[in-house]
Design a protein around this ligand. Structure first.
Ligand SMILES: [Zn+2]
Length: 749
């Protein structure tokens, strides 16, 4: 247990010399380290009080889905009517304490004797009402039922009768499923969505007692459709801002229409659909967040493009930005995701558990998903125990997992249009460009243990932004004049900003501006086109390396005049007293020529500004993405120092100790929940977790709102209490170790 005296030392504020991250970790691992040297144990920070607690929501009065904590899905195959043991299926999910299960209606294959034309019955159905049996078995066990449809594909007989239903290539040929060429892809702008899908929904409502409807496979995730059918060829070109508007309109129109059909039978029924794609979602999340009743994050596991372990947490943060407390979940595939991936085979339990950990830590409901029920329910049974034990554990602590409001003082602006439509700078066109940017800033925020939220670009109202000491704009290239005005207002109100590279260089139509839309706010002006790297990238020169009091963003850089620049930069016009200037890139090979022909310039690599309580930092280069590409510790330190400078080292919750963790802090009904996800693992950035590699003590401090008493601090994974200190409103306690995950639940009065 950490002594209070040592904790008090950690509360010392700004001005202390920064220390290398590695020595922080070493110091924390070796409790006696401090005694031997004068190095502070922990980075300086200033605890600031959390806001007054929100009034308790009346859960009994909320929509039923807001009380759902666990979701189960056996994704049914055509073969399942022949092999699945319905009672065993229902017993499993019921004993797992699932509140709701998905049962397949589909649209590709009917799991009941459908009379809707082209709703083909599966070849093992033999006239049986498999859907109805599953619904009855679930209801008998008091589980709610989601009727799951798939409107994305259909068969040749439907195509013959309705050639207008198909997505078409530019040459007019039909787009087929790449894996099963007997299935064609349906166009979301065609009458397939206007006629066929409503007919199936109404048939289900007329025959069964289901609680809501869901479509898999539509809308697309993380991308926009590209169709050249008769309707789509009259629309703006796919991938353009104009197309995105038409796409959003169509999705939201259909969503509302399906929702109304769902409610024809029961007013508390609703429609929802496949979503996800985190910051790169296809549907405008501001608009979707306003109408949806259930956000279904369909990011089932790590992907090649997004190999970092935190893919599910990232989705949870995006949900928190746009849902205002509405129900959200993200699927955990208990089967083997990846490329190649085995749909009917369990994945490594450590990886499966971490995805579930991320789901609940980021404020969503746990969701366990497996495909097919061969041999009754038993060809591969390994996933079942992992999921059941996990669900049972969450059920013991439900009250601490219902998250009301995140505790965070940093907002990362989520430029959804930039993520979806911006092709990268002219120097580095790549569809992964913004993904790498996102991963870079996310990684840096985790390593700095900052408490942060995402903020949607269409939700920049002052009342939303006021909780943040600073907003980060990692290359948010597309911003409208109005959005630029909203950032100006935020700064006038005392907020701080960090921006980089091409931020605001394009308007919302992707038209380039002559100069940055936020240029005057930051005091920067564009001096030329983006410059990429051919050989040696540009360097950043420390302008006053011997200064007695170097700027805080340069803390910890010793014995060097040079720092890394970035892979790409937009040159800036000179400013007075830049902290870092550009040493232009030069030859990397041959080494004989690897020296800078021009070593000194007045081109700023960073521009810093202070206005009242606001602090602003502008990086000329794509520093977040270059950090992700290279892992260069100088870039990490520079980003970390800059975030600490603009936030004045203020923290609402501080968690200090060894290792790479992701931290969430939520206001809950009993008090607060501090979630610690342990990513210190050999497989954090590749493949799956194979083991849990436990971390040592984590020291938590947080300043509660005035007049509060602390009843207890419970560790939910360890399932025991820990001692705590509470003095002058500051709560301090130690989590002795973290396996894969720990939740410290603080109960207050
Ligand atoms: Zn089309």
């Amino acid at each position: 247990m950490l002594s209070r005296r040592r904790f008090l030392k950690t509360g010392l504020t700004t001005g202390a010399a920064a220390i290398p991250l590695a020595s922080v970790l070493n110091a924390a691992q070796q409790p006696d380290h401090r005694a031997a040297t004068s190095t502070p144990l922990l980075p300086a920070h200033q605890l600031i009080a959390m806001p007054a607690r929100l009034p308790q929501p009346d859960y009994a009065a909320e929509p039923w889905q807001n009380r759902v904590r666990r979701v189960g899905q056996t994704n049914m195959t055509e073969h399942d009517p022949a092999v699945m043991n319905v009672d065993e299926w229902a017993d499993y999910w019921h004993s797992s304490k699932a509140d709701v299960v998905f049962v397949s209606v589909t649209g590709i294959l009917a799991f009941y004797p459908s009379k809707v034309q082209f709703h083909r019955q599966g070849k093992f159905l033999n006239g049986r009402d498999f859907f109805g049996e599953c619904v009855a078995a679930a209801k008998k066990r008091s589980m709610r039922v989601v009727a799951r449809m798939s409107p994305d594909l259909n068969w040749g007989d439907a195509l013959d009768a309705h050639p207008e239903w198909a997505m078409r290539n530019k040459d007019g040929s039909v787009q087929y499923s790449t894996e099963e060429p007997r299935l064609f892809k349906t166009c979301m702008f065609s009458t397939y969505m206007d006629d066929y899908v409503p007919a199936v929904m109404r048939e289900i409502n007329s025959l069964y007692d289901v609680d809501c409807f869901y479509t898999n496979g539509w809308p697309p995730i993380g991308m926009l459709p590209d169709c050249s059918c008769a309707i789509c060829s009259k629309l703006p070109a796919s991938g353009t801002p104009a197309y995105w508007r038409v796409f959003n309109q169509r999705v939201l129109d259909l969503w509302k229409r399906y929702d109304a059909i769902a409610k024809e039978k029961k007013p508390d029924s609703f429609f929802f659909a496949n979503s996800g794609g985190n910051v790169r979602a296809s549907v405008n999340l501001d608009q979707l967040g306003k109408i949806c009743s259930w956000f279904q994050g369909d990011n089932q596991g790590r992907t090649y493009d997004e190999p970092a372990v935190w893919g599910c947490s990232l989705q949870g943060r995006v949900c928190n930005a746009v849902l205002d407390g509405k129900f959200a979940t993200n699927l955990t595939a208990a089967y083997s995701t990846g490329t190649p991936g085995w749909r009917n085979l369990s994945k490594t339990p450590e990886e499966m558990r971490m995805w579930l950990n991320e789901t609940v830590a980021s404020g969503m409901a746990a969701y366990n998903h497996f495909v097919g029920a061969e041999k009754g329910f038993g060809e591969d049974r390994r996933w079942q125990k992992v999921g059941e034990e996990y669900f049972e554990w969450t059920a013991r602590h439900d009250t601490h997992f219902a998250a009301w409001r995140s505790v965070a003082n940093i907002g990362v602006v989520m430029g959804q249009s930039t993520q979806l439509l911006y092709p990268g700078p002219a120097t580095a066109r790549a569809h992964t460009y913004m993904r790498e940017t996102t991963q870079g800033i996310y990684d840096a925020l985790l390593r700095g243990r900052f408490a942060f939220d995402y903020v949607h670009e269409d939700r920049l109202e002052p009342e939303r932004l006021q909780k943040y000491r600073a907003l980060l704009l990692p290359n948010i290239a597309m911003l409208s004049d109005r959005q630029c005005d909203e950032f100006r207002a935020y700064v006038r109100g005392g907020g701080s900003l960090v921006a980089s590279f091409e931020t605001s260089l394009y308007d919302e139509e992707l038209n380039p501006r002559a100069d940055f839309g936020l240029g005057s706010l930051f005091g920067v002006s564009r001096a030329g086109d983006a410059v990429g790297t051919n050989g040696n990238p540009y360097y950043a020169r420390i302008e006053s390396p011997q200064a007695a009091h170097p700027h805080q963003i340069l803390d910890g850089f010793r014995d060097t005049n040079w720092l890394p620049g970035a892979q790409n930069r937009v040159p800036l016009k000179p400013v007075a007293d830049p902290a870092l200037t550009v040493v232009p890139g030069f030859v990397r090979y041959p080494p004989e020529l690897a020296y800078p022909p021009v070593s000194e310039t007045n081109e700023p690599a960073v521009v810093l500004r202070e206005e009242g309580t606001s602090r602003l930092a502008w990086f000329a280069g794509d520093v977040e993405r270059t950090y992700w590409l290279t892992g260069h510790g100088d870039l990490l330190r520079l980003i970390d120092n800059t975030i600490r400078w603009v936030t004045r080292d203020e923290r609402m919750v501080a968690v200090e100790g060894p290792g790479l963790i992701e931290m969430f802090c939520w206001e809950t009904a009993p008090g607060y929940a501090v979630h610690l996800l342990n990513y210190s693992n050999a497989n954090a950035f590749h493949g799956w977790l194979q083991t849990a590699e436990p971390l040592g003590a984590q020291h938590v401090s947080m300043k509660l709102p005035g007049g509060m008493r602390v009843r207890s601090v419970q560790l939910l994974k360890a399932e025991r209490g820990v001692p705590f200190d509470f003095e002058d409103g500051v709560l301090r306690f130690t989590v002795p170790s973290v396996g894969d995950y720990e939740v410290a639940a603080v109960s207050v009065a």
